[in-house]
Structures are given as C-alpha cells and as structure tokens.
Ligand binder design. Structure first.
Ligand SMILES: Nc1ncnc2c1ncn2[C@@H]1O[C@H](COP(=O)(O)OP(=O)(O)OP(=O)(O)O)[C@@H](O)[C@H]1O
Ligand SMILES: [Mg+2]
Length: 233
C-alpha cells in the first residue's frame, strides 16, 4: 500500500512547523527524508503515525484515509514508528520490551528468533534492563520492537543519532535487510549521505517545506544537496 501525503500543514499553536508537504512512499521502497535541525522531519513522522494532528492536508495509506485516525489504529494498519531518541521502556528488560512490540497479538518464538538473528547482542542481553543498554543497543531494541508489530511501513526517526560510525553502519545495513525482506521504509536522517546511499528516493525538507525530490542517486549528485547536506563544495 502506498503512503500518500498531500498538502500537509502542521503547527504548534501559532508556530507553523510544516507547510503543504507532499510526499509518497511506494510499497518496497526506502524513502529518505533529509533536512537540517528543526526542518520539520519529526513533525511529519509524528503526524503520519497519528501522534500529532495536521491543520490541513490529507494522509492516505492505500485507499484508507488515516488523517484523523488514532495512533493504535494506524499501527493496526501496519505503520510502525520508531521515534527519535528511541522511546523504549527503561525499567523493563530487553525481553519485556520485545513483548510490548507484539502487544496486540501473541508473540511467536520464531519471530523472536528472527529479531535475535538480526541483532544477536539483544539475545545475550535479553534479561538486562533496557535503560542500561548502550545507545546503539537501545536503537537495535527500538527497531526490533517495531519489527515485531509486523509493519508494512516503518517510520524511522534518526536511527543513527549518537551512534559510533561502525554501529551506524550496522544499523543502515540492517535497514536494508529489513527492506529486502519486504518492509517499506520512510527514513528520517541527518546523516544525509548514509540515508541517500541506502534509499531509492529522497525528499529534502527546508524550514517546513519540501524543496527537492528525486531519486537518491541523483540527490547525491545534486549541487544544493552536496553543499548543504553532504559537506561537499
Ligand atoms: N511541541 C512543540 N512546540 C512548539 N514547537 C515545536 C514543538 N515541537 C517541535 N517544534 C518546532 O517545530 C519545528 C520542527 O521541529 P521538528 O522536531 O519536526 O524538526 P526536525 O526536522 O525533526 O529537527 P531535528 O533534526 O532537530 O530532530 C522546530 O522549529 C521546532 O522548534
Ligand atoms: Mg527530529
């Protein structure tokens, strides 16, 4: 099912954060959304997953209008959100956090094994309280938890935030594996280079507006993108 965002505008009280954004994520794609701090990336993801309300525009998933739907209904439709700074339950163990991922149904052992295969460290640490995991391990846990809700579409907000280069690399490779296994991904990243390398298409957001949309391979060669987001001249 295609995620289709049209004319989306979101404000925080009098502050306009996102203006007339249009974007599309087709089944099977990894789509990158890049932009500077405060550009509105998190706002867009939260609005798609129903945590924030837009004041204009429409969000459709397949032929279903989800613009005004409650967050848990949106999860039921197959959209899973891995929030910025992870949002795991710090006082629960790794295993208990994973159980929460499948909270609407029974968790099957085989699914848990799939997650442990993706991130073996989580198996080792399954009895550890999640709040004491390292940043990278917490990110792996957050992604795993989202995967256990069997999403069609995963919204990932800054999965590489604060991670060492090697761990980020692992996370990006894992996102590609998850995508190859059939999950569509909308990826928000400040690490524009990594995001564009693993995605099919990308959108560039500047102060609440999409200023550029193209295949990722083209965006990597685009002068504006090179200058502003890739640190090249
Ligand atoms: N709860 C809020 N109340 C008021 N303004 C907010 C609120 N949340 C976000 N904003 C503002 O909306 C704008 C967009 O914020 P958003 O978090 O979507 O940006 P972002 O692109 O995700 O940035 P970052 O890369 O730093 O995570 C910013 O100017 C921010 O200050
Ligand atoms: Mg953000």
């Amino acid at each position: 099912m295609t995620l289709d965002v049209k004319d989306l505008s979101v404000s925080y009280g009098p502050i306009s954060a996102v203006r007339q954004v249009a974007l599309e994520v087709n089944p099977g794609e990894i789509v990158a959304l890049i932009g500077a701090n405060g550009a509105g990336k998190t706002t867009i993801l939260k609005t798609i997953s129903g945590l924030l309300r837009s004041h204009a525009g429409e969000i459709r998933f397949g032929d279903i209008n989800i613009t005004k739907m409650k967050p848990h209904k949106i999860v039921d439709l197959g959209i899973s959100h891995v929030p910025e700074r992870r949002g795991i339950f710090a006082n629960l163990t790794v295993y208990e956090n994973l159980l929460m991922g499948a909270f609407t149904r029974d968790l099957r052992a085989v699914e848990l094994d799939e997650v442990y295969e993706l991130f073996p460290i989580l198996k080792e640490r399954r009895k550890q309280v999640a709040g004491t995991l390292s940043g990278g391990e917490q990110q792996m846990l957050a992604i795993s938890r989202a995967l256990l809700s069997k999403p069609r579409l995963m919204l990932l907000d800054e999965p590489s935030l604060g991670l060492a280069p090697q761990i980020s690399k692992n996370i990006f490779e894992t996102i590609q594996r998850i995508n190859s296994a059939g999950t569509t991904v909308l990826l928000v990243e400040q690490n524009a280079h990594a995001a564009l390398r693993i995605s099919h298409r990308g959108y560039v957001l500047e102060v609440g507006e999409i200023v550029c949309a193209d295949k990722s391979e083209n965006l990597l060669k685009n002068d504006l993108v090179k200058k502003a987001y890739l640190g090249e001249n």
